[in-house]
Design a protein around this ligand. Structure first.
Ligand code: MG
Length: 250
C-alpha cells in the first residue's frame, strides 16, 4: 500500500477550508437549478463563488474538462458538461464540484430533483445518499477500504439498485485523485487499513435499472446504457482518531 499518504491535522484543516467552499458551491447550484436556468450560467456562478472564496477549480482543465462543475441530468451518471442546455422541471440533476485552497483539494457531489420527485426517483436519491453515509460511517481507523465498499454495496443491494462499477471513489489531498481507489462494491482483494490522516472521496453512483454505462460522443458524459435514472453522492472525508471527519458539508 505504498504511495498512500497520511495528512497532518494542519493539512486536513486546509482541506476542510477547500471542502467548505465546495459545500457552498453545491448549495448554490441547487438554489440556481430552477426550470429555465442555463447550465452554463450555473457553472459561471459556481466559478465566481470559488474565485471569490480565494480558491481555485480542480475540475476546469482536468484532462481538458471545460467547466468548474459537472452537471449530469437524468440518465447521465457523472461528468456531464454545462453548456447550452437549460434545467427542466422534472429533471434529476447530479452536481459534482471541487476546489483547491493552498494546494489542497476537496471534491463532493449531490443529486436532487427539480420539482416534486416521483417515488422511484426520490427513492434512488435517498438510497444513494444513504449508501454514501454508510460508507462514511464505516471509514474508521482500523477498518479496511473493503469494509467501506461493503457498507455501500449492502445499501445498494438491499434496495435493488444498480451499482456503477467503472467509476470509484479515491484518495484525495495534494491531488484530486490519489491512491487508494474506493470501489462501491466488494472486490475480495486485500485493501488498505485506514489510519488517522488518510483522506478519501467516497462516491456511490447508483441506477434504477441496469448499472451498465457508456461515454457519450463528447468523451466525458457517462450515461446509463438502458436510459435509466442515475444518482451520485460524494463527500471528501479525513480519518481521525475519533472517526470520519466530513470535509465537504457545511
Ligand atoms: Mg471524486
Amino acid at each position: 500500500m505504498s504511495g498512500i499518504t497520511r495528512k497532518s491535522p494542519a493539512e486536513v484543516a486546509l482541506m476542510r477550508r477547500a471542502g467548505a467552499v465546495v459545500a457552498e458551491v453545491l448549495a448554490l447550484v441547487e438554489e440556481l437549478a430552477v426550470p429555465g436556468a442555463s447550465t452554463a450560467e450555473i457553472d459561471a456562478a459556481a466559478e465566481r463563488h470559488i474565485l471569490a472564496a480565494g480558491a481555485s477549480s480542480n475540475f476546469k482543465g482536468y484532462h481538458g474538462f471545460p467547466s468548474v462543475i459537472c452537471l449530469s441530468i437524468d440518465n447521465e451518471v457523472v461528468h456531464g458538461i454545462p453548456g447550452e442546455r437549460e434545467i427542466k422541471l422534472g429533471a434529476l440533476v447530479s452536481v459534482d464540484a471541487g476546489a483547491i485552497i493552498d494546494g489542497w483539494h476537496a471534491d463532493a457531489a449531490r443529486s436532487f430533483y427539480v420539482g416534486e420527485a416521483p417515488p422511484e426517483a426520490a427513492r434512488l436519491i435517498r438510497v444513494t445518499r444513504e449508501a454514501l453515509d454508510a460508507g462514511i460511517a464505516a471509514a474508521r481507523p482500523g477498518a479496511t477500504i473493503e469494509e467501506v465498499s461493503a457498507a455501500i454495496e449492502d445499501v445498494a443491494l438491499a434496495a435493488k439498485l444498480g451499482i456503477v462499477r467503472p467509476y470509484v471513489g479515491h484518495g484525495i489531498g495534494r491531488a484530486m485523485h490519489e491512491a487508494p481507489q474506493v470501489p462501491n462494491y466488494r472486490t475480495g482483494r486485500k485493501s488498505l487499513t485506514l489510519a488517522p490522516g488518510h483522506c478519501l472521496a467516497i462516491e456511490p453512483m447508483l441506477t434504477l435499472g441496469s448499472p451498465e454505462v457508456g461515454v457519450m460522443d463528447d468523451e466525458w458524459t457517462v450515461v446509463t446504457i438502458d436510459g435509466s435514472l442515475a444518482a451520485h453522492f460524494e463527500d471528501s472525508i479525513a480519518i481521525t482518531p475519533e472517526g470520519p471527519l466530513l470535509l465537504t458539508r457545511p
